[in-house]
Design a binder for this molecule. Structure first.
Ligand code: SAM
Length: 318
C-alpha cells in the first residue's frame, strides 16, 4: 500500500542522517569513533553547509542532553525515539555519563539492522556486555534488553504497544526521564505526535523532551524542502507543526508540559561555544554564507520540561 511505501521511505532517512554524520566526522567537525561501525563511508561529498548544520544539530542536542544528565546526576533514564543508527549510548558510556538505563526505539527493521551491527562488532557490543551484570542478555532479532542499554522495535504511533514493550524492559516511570527525537515527529500527524508527547507528560512526573526538526516551512525555501522530501515519497504528515517556533512549543504546552522553549538552528549555531565554531569554520571553505543561514533557519530544537521532583530541569538551556 502507499502507506507501506511511505514508511519504507521514512526508514531510509536513518541512513541519510548517519551518512551525513559520518561524512562530517571524517572531516573533523566532531569526534564519533562509533559511527563507522554503522554506516560505510560513502564516496559522495556533502556540502559544507550540510556538515555545519549537522554540527549544530549534534552539539545542540548534546548540550541539552548533558544538562539533563548533570541536573539528575545520571540518576535517570534516556529514551531515544526513532533512534536510527544513533551512537549517543556509546559516547555516554565512554564519557562515564551513562544514565541508569538508555533506551532506543525504532521500527523493527531498523532495530534488526542495528542489532546485527552490535552483535558482529566488538567495539559496539563490549560496552553493553561490560555494563551488564548477569550472563543472560535477553535478545531476539528485534530487541535487546541489558542492564544499561535496551533497544526495542516499535511503531511510535501505537502507544499501548510501545508502553507495553518499554515496561517489559523495566522502564521505571518514577525516574526522571529524558526523551529525544531527532527528525522523527515530522513523519507523524500532529494528532499522533501530540498523543505521544501527551503520553509522556501523563506517564512521567519528572521529564524532559528534546525535539529536533524542520521549522518555518511556510516560506519558499520551506516549500522546496518539503517538495524534496515528497519526491522521495516521504510522508511529511506532521509538517503543519513545522510552521513556527510557536507551533512547536504549543504541541508540548497543550499536552500538559510545564515549560517549552524553541530556538531555530541559526540562533543555536550563534550561541554554541564560538572557539569551536571558529575551528570548524576553518575545515572547509563556504562561499555562500546566506545558504547556511537559510538552511539553519529552517530547523529548530524545541525542548519541554516538567519537574515534580524540583531538580532544576526548567533551567536546562544553552
Ligand atoms: N534520530 C536518528 C538520527 O538523528 O540520526 C534517525 C533520524 S531518521 C531521519 C528518522 C528515524 O525515525 C528513522 O530511523 C525512522 O525509522 C524512525 N521513525 C520514523 N517514524 C517512526 C515510527 N512511527 N515509529 C518508529 N520509528 C520511526
Amino acid at each position: 500500500t502507499s502507506s507501506d511505501t511511505a514508511d519504507e521511505a521514512v526508514r531510509a532517512t536513518c541512513d541519510d542522517a548517519s551518512t551525513c554524520k559520518r561524512f562530517a566526522t571524517s572531516k573533523g567537525y566532531w569526534k564519533d569513533p562509533y559511527i563507522q561501525y554503522f554506516v560505510r563511508q560513502s564516496g559522495e561529498r556533502k556540502a559544507p553547509e550540510i556538515s555545519r548544520g549537522y554540527y549544530a544539530r549534534v552539539h545542540g542536542v548534546n548540550r541539552l542532553l548533558d544538562g539533563f544528565l548533570r541536573k539528575t546526576k545520571c540518576n535517570c533514564q534516556v529514551i531515544n525515539l526513532g533512534a536510527g543508527l544513533d551512537t549517543t549510548f556509546w559516547r555516554l558510556k565512554e564519557a562515564n555519563l551513562l544514565p541508569k538505563k538508555y533506551f532506543e526505539v525504532d521500527f523493527s527493521v531498523i532495530v534488526a539492522r542495528k542489532l546485527h551491527n552490535i552483535k558482529t562488532k566488538p567495539p559496539l557490543s563490549n560496552p553493553i556486555v561490560a555494563t551488564h551484570s548477569t550472563d543472560l542478555l535477553l535478545m531476539d532479532g528485534h530487541s535487546l534488553d541489558s542492564d544499561r542499554y535496551c533497544i526495542i522495535g516499535a511503531d511510535l504511533r501505537d502507544l499501548p504497544a510501545l508502553e507495553e514493550k518499554l515496561k517489559k524492559c523495566h522502564l521505571d516511570t518514577k525516574l526522571p526521564t529524558l526523551f529525544v527525537s531527532e527528525c522523527v515527529l515530522v513523519y507523524m500527524t500532529l494528532e499522533q505526535s501530540s498523543s505521544l508527547v501527551k503520553w509522556v507528560a501523563d506517564t512521567f512526573d519528572t521529564a524532559m523532551f528534546i525535539n529536533y526538526e524542520q521549522v518555518n516551512m511556510a516560506d519558499r525555501f520551506g516549500q522546496i524542502m518539503i517538495e524534496n522530501l515528497q519526491r522521495r515519497q516521504c510522508n511529511l504528515a506532521g509538517v503543519e507543526v513545522c510552521r513556527s517556533l510557536e507551533s512547536q512549543k504549543d504541541r508540548f504546552l497543550l499536552a500538559g508540559w510545564e515549560k517549552a522553549d524553541a530556538l531555530d538552528m541559526m540562533t543555536v549555531y550563534n550561541i554554541l561555544p564560538q572557539d569551536d565554531v571558529g575551528r570548524i569554520e576553518q575545515l572547509e571553505f563556504l562561499d555562500e554564507r546566506e545558504l547556511l543561514q537559510q538552511l539553519l533557519q529552517h530547523y529548530c530544537i524545541c525542548w519541554a520540561t516538567k519537574d515534580k521532583l524540583s531538580l532544576g530541569l526548567l533551567d536546562v538551556t544553552f
